[in-house]
Design a protein around this ligand. Structure first.
Ligand code: GCB
Length: 617
């Protein structure tokens, strides 16, 4: 046993290191602060039409494509490349992007960065023929300092090599040949299309030499007052700062000093106006670096004062039980693929409000940062998930460990990005792990997977002590894993994938299992997925699978069960809207039809049912 542990530790360190060397993050800079335009900082959004070239034989680097792309073709950024040209639909390889831009000369003397909202799956970046660095992981931002690389009197050529080869060791994994993969094409081990490319906006931005690099805000309530704790990090020689927090007809001003580039400030707020789903009140926080009367740098962000906690079987928002009504979603829309689209984001929030939802999960990866800004403003709670979907535990421990290191990195990057959003109520470190791995059963005790999730949850808890952490289980998950989570999150499809066609029997099984989970764990339970495919416009007098009636009745039957269990604290219907998948025998036309809205956001019968139910309570 001891020898096994030593052996595993050696494996972890060998493969952990080998992996982190391949994609070292040392050349990346902290991306936690979204680029901000103010009187000191500057931003340049590079969204638009870029030049693009496929490199299916991986010759680009040898042939020096990093200096400029010959015979490229136009491509939109942000957007997935897949639906912009027919021949790119299933292309999961290497492709190159180019953009040429002037950088305003008045920025000279400032520090200048390039920030990618994401690049799916891995990226290597050059500017003016010189390499900046790499990033791996398709849904989180990364930035490089380009101050010393800029041509001030000419175009700057930005080249990005993006690579999206599906591999078992990646997060999420793909191209699995061992132990039953997903049997789909392209072969992601998950149920959504593996869209690729520069799917989020790219920014160039400048900050002064003395600048704020990171801000962490946490809030506590001491009714009727509150405490806001702020940790600020900076770079440069400036020693002092000033903070202004405004809201609810009060204004709090503080001068402070840095010790070794870090400052901790506590603001006591009297007569606090809390943030909650009904009244998402935001204070304005403005932080400056100062030198006597001069302001050297400034960064502002909204602050929602609220607490999230878990007590027995309840989730408490500001100390009061909350029931989550909402969905699992996807970033997915015709032509855009997973590309950021502000109109689609606004539309989705307007539909969430229309249907009476108060929450969603960023299934199964971190979404664009604009979703979080909107959710803060509109009072929608978010379960924020890393792309750990389709995880499995076969005998290849090297790959298991590679996946674990990647998950840990993504948890840290995610929390770093989203920590200041009041809308984020919980971190999710995995969705439906172990699926299709035959040795995992409800009663299994399996040390590899158990320790895997333990490490992920500890990583999340060390990075953020203020929010609960969960992992989302599938029908065959070992219950042992739930002992690690603050909230038990389960996806259930009795009456669809099992008890097929029999909603009543499905609902009965759900009811029984919820009672078992409650008596075993006495933790809050959220039904994070349940639903049925409905082909829009297909009807039957007596509900049958794939009709809108069946979907509506399925959802209703599940919600009726939940109404009888006061220990259940959330219902997220799968899914918000129909979405594109890989091709597979269960995915008619290459779509998952479980949306209660169509892919172009038209309500199905189930949406009207949910509206009538959720608007009432
Ligand atoms: C699940 C997965 C989700 C799928 C869904 C389905 O449990 O978490 O990604 O799309 O089932 O429709 O099969």
């Amino acid at each position: 046993m001891f020898r096994n542990i030593i052996f595993s530790l050696i494996l972890i360190s060998i493969y952990g290191n080998a992996f982190s060397q391949e994609f070292k993050t040392a050349d990346l800079v902290n991306s936690s602060l979204f680029p901000e335009q103010n009187s000191i900082r500057n931003t340049l959004n590079l969204s638009g039409i870029w030049n693009f070239k496929v490199d299916s034989n991986n010759v680009g680097e040898k042939e020096g494509w990093f200096s400029g792309l010959e015979n490229g073709k136009p491509i939109a950024v942000p957007a997935s490349w897949n639906d912009q040209y027919d021949e790119l639909r299933d292309y999961m390889g290497i492709a190159w992007y180019e953009q040429n831009t002037f950088i305003p000369k008045v920025w000279k003397g400032q520090k200048i960065f390039i920030r990618f909202g994401s690049a799916n799956y891995a990226a290597k970046v050059w500017i003016n023929g010189r390499v900046l660095g790499k990033h791996e992981g398709g849904h989180l931002p990364f930035s490089f300092d380009i101050s010393d690389y800029i041509h001030w009197d000419n175009f700057n050529t930005i080249i990005v090599q993006v690579e999206n080869i599906l591999k078992p060791e990646r997060i999420p994994p793909g191209a699995i040949i061992s132990e039953g993969g997903f049997n789909n094409y392209p072969a992601g081990n998950y149920d959504f299309f593996p869209f690729c490319g520069l799917q989020r906006p790219v920014w160039i931005y400048s900050v002064p030499q003395n600048h704020i690099t990171d801000i962490t805000v946490t809030t506590k309530i001491q009714t009727p007052n509150a405490v806001v704790e702020i940790k600020i990090k900076k770079e440069g020689v400036a020693k002092n700062g000033r903070l202004l927090l405004r809201g609810n007809n009060h204004q709090y001003e503080k001068e402070f000093s840095f010790q070794e580039n870090v400052a901790f400030i506590t603001v006591n707020i009297s007569d606090v106006h809390l943030w909650d789903t009904e009244d998402p009140y935001l204070y304005d926080l403005s932080i400056s670096l100062t030198d006597k009367k001069d302001i050297l740098d400034n960064y502002s962000l909204p602050v929602g004062v609220r607490t999230i906690s878990v007590s027995n079987n309840q989730i408490l928002l500001n100390g009061k039980p909350i029931f989550l009504k909402g969905f699992g979603k996807h970033e997915d829309f015709p032509v855009l693929g997973k590309g950021t689209s502000y109109p689609v984001i606004v539309k989705d929030f307007s539909l969430l409000k229309w249907v009476g939802a108060n929450s969603f999960r960023t299934s199964h990866y971190p979404y664009d940062e604009e979703y979080f800004n909107m959710a803060d403003k509109l009072g929608i709670l978010i379960i924020d998930e890393i792309p750990a979907v389709g995880l499995y535990f076969d005998k290849n421990l090297d790959q298991v460990n590679q996946r674990k290191e990647m998950c840990k990195r993504q948890i840290s990057e995610l929390i770093n990005r989203d920590k200041n959003h009041p809308c984020v109520m919980m971190w999710s470190v995995a969705n439906e792990p172990g699926l299709r791995s035959s040795y995992l059963k409800k009663e299994s005790t399996d040390s590899v997977s158990f320790n895997f999730f333990k490490e992920l949850i500890v990583t999340a808890k060390n990075a953020d002590k203020t929010r609960p952490v969960t992992l989302v289980g599938a029908e065959n998950e070992p219950y042992q894993w739930f002992s690690l989570a603050d909230v038990v999150c389960i996806n259930r499809y009795f009456g669809w994938y099992s008890q097929t066609g029999n909603i009543a029997e499905g609902a009965r099984l759900l009811s029984n299992e919820l009672d078992v989970l409650h008596s075993k764990f006495n933790k809050p339970i959220i039904l994070t997925e349940f639903g049925a495919d409905a082909y829009p416009g297909m009807h039957a007098e007596v509900a049958e699978m794939f009709t809108e009636e069946y979907q509506r009745d399925f959802i209703k039957a599940y919600l009726d069960v939940l109404d009888t269990k006061d220990f259940v604290c959330g219902a997220h219907v799968w899914a918000f809207a129909d979405f594109k998948t890989s091709q597979g025998d269960r995915r008619f036309g290459g779509y998952n039809w479980k949306g209660v809205f169509t892919r172009d956001r038209k309500p199905k019968m189930a949406a009207y049912y949910l509206k009538s139910k959720w608007e009432k309570n």
